[in-house]
Write a protein that binds this ligand. Structure first.
Ligand code: GDP
Length: 534
């Protein structure tokens, strides 16, 4: 077993010990609770419950946030760092609601692995499956936590089968639950031959761990009722026959997921999962970029923006660009080159997201996430380097599935509206298209709820009441091709042409038929539903 951070002696030790991951789950499976326990064991907070309490205090500060709370969705993502054992963990929070899938997708470009949390009574749910598919696109390693084992849950084999079948991934048990529901006593740690007993009395206490010499060890009988020992022996024997053994390489390649069983609220199984992420999860991975890949152990610093969040603190009109470090040893005050504009930027006040409070970051290594406050220079997809013209690739923008026209309640305020919309476009919260003909803006989103979110944010943050109205268009496609072909195409289709916030040409229509026709009639023009952000 790999029990130290030394599995990659070729990497700088600070890089080798980093584990950057996100949690994917269906709402209610226990992501928040698990996050709290990670932070608790990581020493980042004194008492579990603080994450939620703080989050709620912050949320009540505005109506928009109130809406977020009412709907039970989290619009804002953040990053948290903590240490546990030899490892430094960077947990990047993914927005949980299906309406925000694009944001989630981009968040997943900033991590090296994902922890999939499922509810033991419910198994694989719709949102879990969607998020899993996104992880699969990048072959992200996935570690699974089956939560709520303190309650009546499904049969262990059934849960494992369901994951294997619905997600087409090999599942290997890292632990095995003993007993069910009220009779649940704990887990057998298969990887370390230990008995982990759950303490129902104190939810924040770490489970008792007893070293066991195989299943015939008499110590087992001191802690587990005889009927459950028999059942455990039988099930483990079956598991050994029917399920694959842990293959660390297959885990790293994303073909196999180890599963731990536990109860986040009872702090049970959480440390084993954390050890698992450390021992079997990947260290910071190379980053695809053009004209060349970036290796995490390069001495020169580089990083890329995967998320921009505006108005995190309503008192300050700042934006924070979340940057995933791809290489090097970053130190506060460093001057980096903003590759898109070729301008130098002094990064004097970066923030590291330790627990739920912002803290100034003094240094960061490949794998870390830092927040850079700025006034709008930093956009999603931007690369920062020590001078080399590298551009990180693979951060897409998706064509919106819903389009509406946005108008200011007061027509005199059109300029203000443009400013507000451009800000949200840069944040990645919406696509904004300015039609070549006519006035107004066409706003595109992935989920209908986002129109409401946008309307309340524009009113709240810009004091500007707005209306969203049905648009004559329903689809948007980016137009690519050589200039001559594109010019000819746009001249012949003016009524359908708009520009996005980067100035790129977009074709708007309400008919798939139109898109098919253009592909036929203009072989030199490519209509695309995604665009690389860079
Ligand atoms: P999220 O929506 O995935 O962030 O889920 P939460 O962490 O907010 O949990 C949803 C609900 O499940 C809350 O009421 C939690 O208290 C509860 N919960 C979380 N973990 C457990 C667990 O291990 N056992 C039980 N019984 N309930 C849990």
């Amino acid at each position: 077993m790999l029990d130290t951070a030394q599995n990659r002696p070729d990497l700088p030790p600070e890089v080798a010990r980093r584990r950057t991951f996100a949690i994917i789950s269906h709402p209610d499976a226990g992501k928040t609770t698990l996050t709290e326990k990670f932070l608790l064991f990581g020493g980042a907070i004194q008492m579990a419950g603080q994450v939620r309490a703080k989050g709620e205090a912050r949320r009540t500060r505005s109506d928009f946030m109130q809406m977020e709370k009412d709907r039970g969705i989290s619009v804002s993502a953040s990053a948290m760092s903590f240490d546990f054992g030899p490892y430094r963990y960077n947990l990047v929070d993914t927005p949980g609601h299906s309406d925000f899938s694009e944001d989630t997708y981009r968040t997943l470009t900033a991590v090296d692995a994902a922890v999939m949390v499922i509810d033991g009574a419910k198994g694989v749910e719709s949102q879990t499956q969607k998020l899993f598919e996104v992880c699969r696109l990048r072959d992200l390693p996935i570690l699974t936590f089956c939560n709520k084992m303190d309650r009546e849950s499904r049969d262990t084999f059934e849960i494992i089968d369901e994951i294997q079948e619905m997600l087409a991934i090999d599942v290997t048990p890292a632990s095995w639950p003993i007993g069910q529901g009220r009779d649940f006593v704990g887990c057998y740690d298969i990887l370390r031959d230990r008995l982990e007993l759950m303490d129902r009395a104190d939810r924040n206490r770490v489970a008792e761990s007893i070293k066991i010499d195989g299943l015939d060890d008499p110590k087992l009988a001191e802690h587990v009722p005889a009927n459950l020992i028999d059942q455990l022996r039988e099930e483990l024997e079956m598991a050994r026959e029917l399920l694959p053994a842990l293959d660390p390489q297959a885990v790293l390649e994303g073909h196999m997921t180890p599963i731990w069983f536990g109860s986040a609220i009872n702090s049970f199984g959480v440390k084993e999962l954390m050890d698992g992420i450390g021992n079997y999860g990947p260290e910071p991975q190379p980053q695809s970029a053009t004209p060349r890949q970036i290796a995490p152990d390069e001495t020169k610093v580089s990083g890329f923006v995967f998320k921009v969040q505006a108005n995190m603190d309503p008192k300050h009109r700042d934006r924070v660009a979340f940057v995933r470090m791809a290489s090097g040893h970053f130190k506060r005050g460093m001057k980096l080159t903003h590759v898109r504009s070729k301008k130098p930027m002094a990064i004097s006040n970066p923030v590291l997201f330790l627990a739920s409070d912002r803290e100034l970051a003094d240094e960061a290594w490949a794998g870390d996430i830092i927040g850079i406050p700025n006034h709008g220079q930093l956009r999603i997809g931007d690369t920062l380097t020590e001078g080399e013209a590298l551009r990180v690739t693979g951060i897409p923008s998706f064509a919106p599935e819903l389009l509406q026209t946005c108008r200011a309640g007061d027509p005199m305020k059109a300029k203000h509206l443009e400013k507000a919309l451009m800000q949200f476009a840069e944040e990645g919260a919406a696509k904004v298209f300015k039609p070549a003909f006519g006035s107004g803006f066409i706003v595109g989103v992935v989920g209908a709820l986002q129109f409401e979110v946008l309307a309340s944010r524009i009113e709240l943050e810009y004091g500007l009441p707005v209306r969203f109205e049905a648009s004559q268009f329903t689809s948007a496609r980016w137009v690519a091709g050589d200039k001559q072909a594109v010019d000819k195409f746009t001249a012949a289709n003016k009524q359908h042409i708009a520009h996005d916030n980067d100035g790129d040409v977009v074709y708007l229509t309400r008919l798939q038929w139109d898109i098919d026709r253009i592909e036929r009639d203009y072989p030199d023009v490519k209509l695309s539903a995604t665009k690389e952000m860079m």
